[in-house]
Design a binder for this molecule. Structure first.
Ligand code: 4AZ
Length: 244
């Protein structure tokens, strides 16, 4: 996160750290992406976070990746579903959404607490200019390795015609994505924040409205962050997570 502040414990209780076991390493799991807890058994993340042939785990309820906190729960990922139309080109990422099904050691799912909670899915649009929140452990201006503390920042929703202006991202934006941030730069998501939620609040309810997806670098002028448009995928999410 560029231009963020340390998140208070419990301020983003749906925030997940998605971690993989490195192939050649005796070290433990390594954070690769963010995610959002949308049901006790399901985390929503970006499609590009799902690297094949790796074991995943998800950590919920933590703010410091550098230590094990009492509020934390670590769950195994027993199923990964990447969107059927997920597609990456050199300039863009389409349908950048995936779902992870969780299982705790005891065979159950995430247990809700003061620090772990599901977030609602946004079913309707928020107006351009709305103040929304991004969070993550990704790259900061101070550290190319990311932040061990969870950071959050406020960003503004940017109109679609501005996002697809040739000076911004031009034709590489479609209606399954949107831009958020500032055209002046400074405040933005970055590498390692991918998959994490952009949430907007209405009448004291927080909604997952975007998924950190891509962008041309981080925090640069005329290059705001690009987010998967959650409203476009609500039916798909509900169908995939319905199950028994
Ligand atoms: C990345 O590399 C990435 N500024 C994520 C978000 C943004 C840029 C790059 C948005 O995962």
């Amino acid at each position: 996160i560029y231009g963020g502040l340390k998140a208070l414990p419990g301020a983003q209780p749906w925030q997940a750290s998605i971690q993989i076991r490195p192939k050649v390493s005796t070290l433990g799991f390594k954070h690769i992406c963010g995610g959002a807890l949308i049901k006790p058994c399901w985390v929503m993340t970006a499609g590009h976070c799902i690297v094949k042939g790796h074991d995943f785990q998800v950590v919920l309820g933590g703010v410091d990746l550098g230590k094990v906190e009492p509020s934390e729960q670590t769950l195994e990922v027993v199923e990964t579903i990447v969107h059927e139309q997920y597609r990456e080109t050199p300039e863009s990422v389409y349908n950048d959404i995936a779902l992870l099904r969780l299982r705790a050691k005891d065979g159950r799912c995430a247990k809700e607490s003061q620090f772990i909670r599901t977030v609602c899915l946004a079913k309707e649009s928020f107006p351009d200019g709305s103040e929304c929140k991004i969070s993550g452990w990704g790259v900061t201006p101070e550290s190319q390795y990311g932040s061990s503390q969870l950071l959050d920042a406020e960003v503004l929703l940017i109109a679609q015609d501005v996002c697809s202006d040739p000076k911004v991202y031009g034709k590489f934006i479609d209606n399954t994505m949107f831009c958020a941030g500032y055209l002046d730069g400074g405040v933005d998501s970055c590498q390692g924040d991918s998959g994490g939620p952009l949430t907007c609040e209405k009448e004291q309810v927080h909604y997952a409205y975007g998924i950190v997806s891509w962008g041309d670098s981080c925090g640069q002028k005329n290059k705001p962050g690009v987010y998967t448009r959650v409203t476009h995928f609500v039916d798909w999410i509900n169908a995939k997570t319905a199950g028994p």
